[in-house]
Design a protein around this ligand. Sequence first.
Ligand code: GDP
Length: 488
Amino acid sequence: MAEQFRPPVVTILGHVDHGKTTLLDFIRKSSVAVKEHGGITQHIGAYQVLHDNKLITFIDTPGHAAFEKMRSRGANVADIAVLVVAIDDGIMPQTDEAIKHIQNAGGAYGTKVPLIVAVNKIDLPGIDKNVALLKIKKQLADRKINPEEYGGDVPVIPLSAKTGEGVEKLLEMILLVAEMNELKGDPSLPAAGVVIEATLDKFKGSVATILVKNGTLKKGDQIMVGGVKGKIRGMFDYNHKPLESAGPSTPVEVLGLEGVPAVGAVLGELPEIKKAEAVQSLVDKLKQGDTKTLKVVIKADKQGSLEAIEESLGKFNEEQKVVDFVLSATGDIGEENIKLAATVGAIVIGFNVKVATNAQKLAENEHVLIRTYNIIYELLDDVEEVVNTLLEVGQLEEVLGKANIIAEFPHGKTEKIAGCRMTEGTIAKGQKIRIVREGVVVGEVKLKSLKKVKEEVNKVEKGNDCGMLFDPPVDFAIGDTVESFRVI
Ligand code: GDP
């Protein structure tokens, strides 16, 4: 099945008391789709309405915190943002905050989210509407949000969420913007989606509202979302009507997860287009680099995943060869993979696979870096970071341990001992060590002495306190971080 039009997913933002909830309620209550199903029986954090025979999905969780959470996961949930501004108040602090969110939405991955401004409460008496509207448009223009009347591309719709005047115009505009943005989905793909709400119910167990962004989610599917797995035992729409399957832009309540996933957790792979955008931004960065390559061994659960990863990472190579695929194969990470990686100096990336115990041990001995993922975006993010480091620094490092310097003691005439608390990994004699102050390296040293209480030791682990004597004797300060690292 090919791509086809999918309903726009709309989120409503704005200052407190400007009427977000009232607007969402008005749209829901006046919706044909809702009336046909006998009204809302349960709130699931999103709903759909039918306008002009076309569906619109509204995210019914106003509040910037949730939006921000989703955004920070790279999950660009909304296709269109509606910014509500009360006509009597104009732009207020949280309106500005919302504008910032909207302008950043999509973050590293997406494009700007199209915006529609709804100027609410036009029913209020004693307000000169024209003057107030003009003032708000000017305020918007000052923030680089250019209303259509000013030659910009942002529609401004005056309305009243209380009387409903103008609400139809808003719905029409949403559909128009959706059409212009050619929102597409492919129901034949496996589901990709985002968790918009999740709780633990006393009787039902884990209850998650997932917005299917692309593909189709089916009852009985085995899913993995934000590290939580499960089999879909039950699936319901926003009217709590049982569903067998849900296609692109459908919000569904899902039962059967083994835990409660985080808001913003991603199910499956996000739509291809987003992936392409993510990769594009990496390619742009790489264009400025020189000819270093990152050798990788990739292991994934399925041929399909492998192809998607290779394709994504392969885009790095358009301008120059940056990522060198030494091996890509399905199955868990085994000893032979580590041997290969050690021989050629590659890192090992696993997607939805396990690392065999003997392979883990061998990797530690051979100093081979293994990273495993079950979210493609995290994989891409990490590879971006690694590739960028490679291009900037010319080498890759792995931090092996970290400690905070919490005290200092004089030692001999000129030296001083750093009293440290280990916070991560291990630090051992013989490793490369550096002292970091507010993100800046103040010195690279070796350990001349390492003591746990009074006893000289070779290594210390997370949770231990210890005393370190550095060579050369750098002038460290309390609050600095000690890091041990190795060059890969
Ligand atoms: P939110 O904090 O943005 O969700 O705002 P609410 O929807 O809770 O609305 C805040 C207050 O404004 C409530 O008392 C609403 O009844 C009122 N309100 C919302 N929309 C309108 C409107 O269009 N006209 C008038 N007169 N009052 C409204």
